[in-house]
Design a protein. Structure first.
Length: 325
């Protein structure tokens, strides 16, 4: 007999009340089984909302690790101040009188300034070439020297002229060399001492201070009556090479002692240019630098005045210069 037949025989023999009891317990057991399965599937925290404890001893929260305090970064040490490098500024007088010497002067480093006379011929070309080589241009202003035997030409500023006449001669020079980087009384060994030290120079000095350009005194032993630069040493171009080398060494010593130095030559000669060319190549090795005129502060009370000459159009730079004996 098969199990199914046996179950049917037993079921038919049960009274009605027995069958209901069997159905009741069957439904109850089935419901309990289904509920247990549902609880197991949904996880331990879904039915009660509380975590299931797997141990009688509650878990202890881990303490955060204790780290030693990190020290603040140390401030960087201040950078050592750079020592001042002594500076030398060099101005060459006599430019324009010899084509060969002028070309050699223009071939020097651009920081070398060139002094030009307003009496020079063909000034527009000379000025353009000098600017093209990058050099500063300094106007050699003709002024009365100390000795009456020396002549600074027909447009020199003198004690005998009226202020209006001196102003006109100043205008002539500024028209011949417009917008120079500075003005000096250096004139190939002369320094205009007769006029600079006289009361007649006062209105000219006042005019230069208000309108520019700045003034450079070529005599190291004299302080001009206006703010400006003073030469540290005058380099005699007519000396033998050994004497020129000694003067250049003195210029170096002045720069080291005072922080800067200004040298002005009395003219151009082959020996002078040869010595200067060789000497310039050694400045860096001796801890010196060649500074342009715009950076120079040698014995000056204030910076050079702005270069804004106005009101001088009495002569054209293209005009033929007056003969200077």
């Amino acid at each position: 007999m098969t199990p199914i037949n046996t179950f049917q025989t037993i079921w038919s023999r049960l009274p009605k009340a027995g069958r209901l009891l069997v159905i009741f317990w069957g439904v109850l057991l089935t419901s309990i089984s289904l509920g247990a399965a549902a609880l197991e599937w949904s996880g331990p925290n879904q039915s009660t909302g509380h975590p299931v404890m797997h141990s009688a001893t509650p878990l202890q929260a881990k303490a955060a690790p204790i780290h030693p305090p990190v020290p603040a970064p140390a401030l960087p040490a201040p950078a050592p101040s750079m020592p001042h490098v002594p500076e030398i500024t060099l101005l060459l007088d006599g430019t324009g009188f010899s084509a060969d010497l002028t070309a050699r002067a223009q071939a020097l480093p651009t920081s070398v300034g060139l002094i030009l006379s307003p009496y020079l011929p063909n000034l527009p070309t000379l000025i353009a070439d000098t600017h093209a080589h990058g050099h500063a241009i300094v106007l050699s202003l003709p002024m009365q020297p100390t000795s009456d035997r020396d002549d600074e030409g027909p447009h020199a500023l003198t004690n005998d002229h009226t202020p209006e006449e001196n102003e006109a001669d100043l205008g002539w020079s500024l028209a011949r060399i417009p917008d120079p980087d500075a003005i000096t009384d250096a004139a190939q060994g002369l320094d205009g001492s007769g006029f600079v030290t006289s009361p007649a120079f006062t209105p000219v000095a006042r005019h230069l201070e208000h309108t520019g350009p700045g003034f450079i005194e070529a005599n190291p032993d004299r302080k001009p009556p206006l703010n400006g630069l003073i030469a540290s040493i005058v380099l005699n171009a007519d000396q033998p090479p050994e004497a020129i080398a000694r003067q250049l060494a003195q210029l170096e010593a002045d720069a080291r002692q005072n922080g800067s130095a200004l040298g002005i030559t009395t003219g151009l000669t082959p020996a002078l240019l040869t010595q200067i060319t060789t000497w310039l190549g050694t400045l860096g090795a001796y801890g010196l630098i060649l500074a342009p005129l715009s950076h120079t502060t040698v014995q000056t009370q204030s910076p050079l005045a702005p270069i804004t000459p106005v009101g001088y159009a009495t002569a054209s730079p293209d005009a033929q210069p007056d003969t200077h004996p």
